[in-house]
Design a protein around this ligand. Structure first.
Ligand code: SF4
Length: 363
């Protein structure tokens, strides 16, 4: 029987995100690691490798495929109530001990992570997305930046069919990969996991490329929402949460910030699960810093108003949610508050198409 690595080696093509170095050496520019890769070796992610002076990258398969509510990504300010046709490949450039998608993200590092790849092509995926009534196609479940060539092939097809496109990413990007994505990608969810360089090193990344990328993603006009998974004892101090919120406000107070609850997962089983009080405290910090849209997630229905969108000017309730379900939608056709006409930042359809989450999801 073939090993996972042998299977994946059959599902590659030449990559486009690279720089040539001396001899057969090259530098991959798909993520902030910018690995210099000698001939015969892979990069840190284990899935992009140099063979004969050429970069080979994943192609032609998915390891996870599911139509989710777009609120689950989470995007709260992009096409509420719509479905996100979500796909993932295998591998990640980080190795977070609390990863909630470790079965796909750590498949090449951890022999206990098993998620068999399934061959497919962009046309079949987009056909399937349309049949399922999707509003957007989203690369998620593993780190999408490291499989950007494949994502762009799918996004070109998706855009042609009138669908929006999205990334659910750790944000460890480079200027090169963002330029490459810009023509085809609409929505960017970024995990800002900490504001502490030492904590990021434990997860396998440097903080600066991530902070630089968040600024760049905003400046380049992608729609961006930020998530911080609040882990007790790791990143939940008032000081650290305030640093994150202040950093985001300085870029734009209109960036939605989702503070979400940690549940014991993968190798991180020491800290307790995040409680409602901690999420409320984090949300207060975000609001006091000046962020206009702060949400609490992963504790469905127990965070009072913190799943709802309110007008930042008159505080009228504009989108009411319970978990991922939109229960009431009052935004005007041109994306403003129905009471005071303040513009609400986001990507909105002129008409609310209704809640699609009752759709029978196929896994
Ligand atoms: S995607 Fe990132 S980790 Fe993987 S080879 Fe490229 S630079 Fe290295």
């Amino acid at each position: 029987m073939s090993t996972l690595k042998e299977v994946l080696d059959q599902n590659v093509r030449e990559g486009e995100l690279l720089e040539k170095l001396d001899g057969d050496k090259l530098r991959c520019t798909a993520c902030g690691h910018c690995c210099p890769i000698p001939e015969g070796r892979p990069g840190v992610c284990h899935i992009r490798y140099n063979r004969g002076g050429k970069l080979y990258v994943p192609w032609g398969y998915v390891s996870g495929l599911q139509c989710d509510p777009i609120e689950k990504k989470p995007f709260f300010h992009a096409y509420p109530g719509g479905l996100a046709y979500s796909f993932g490949m295998l591998g990640c450039d980080l190795h977070c001990a609390y990863c909630q998608n470790w079965v796909t993200s750590q498949a090449l590092r951890d022999p206990t992570a098993v998620a068999p790849p399934r061959r497919t092509n962009p046309e079949a995926m987009v056909r399937d997305a349309l049949e399922q009534g999707a509003r957007a196609v989203v690369s998620t479940y593993n780190e999408p930046l490291i499989t950007s060539e494949w994502a762009v092939a799918i996004f070109k097809e998706a855009r042609g069919a009138g669908l929006s496109t999205g990334y659910v990413s750790n944000g460890n990007a480079t200027p090169q990969v963002l330029e490459y994505l810009q023509p085809w990608l609409d929505l960017f969810k970024v995990d800002l996991k900490s504001f502490n360089p030492a904590s990021y090193r434990k997860l396998g990344a440097q903080i600066q490329p991530i902070l630089d990328s968040i600024r760049r993603i905003y400046d380049m006009g992608f729609w961006m929402e930020i998530v911080t998974l609040v882990v007790p004892g790791f990143n939940d101090s008032d000081e650290e949460l305030k640093h994150i919120a202040d950093f985001l406000v300085e870029i734009s107070p209109d960036i939605p910030w989702h503070v979400t609850a940690f549940h014991k997962d993968y190798k991180m089983t020491g800290p307790p699960n995040t409680d409602v009080q901690t999420l409320s405290r984090a949300s207060e910090i975000g609001k006091k810093s000046g962020l206009r849209y702060v949400y609490a997630g992963n504790i469905r229905g127990r965070v009072d108003d913190l799943e709802n969108t309110r007008c930042p000017s008159c505080e009228d309730l504009i989108i009411e949610r319970r978990g991922f379900m939109v229960e009431n939608y009052r935004l005007t056709a041109d994306g403003t508050c129905p009471s005071c006409h303040t513009a609400i930042a986001g990507r909105w359809d002129s008409k609310f198409a209704g809640q699609r989450t009752s759709h029978p999801f196929r896994i």
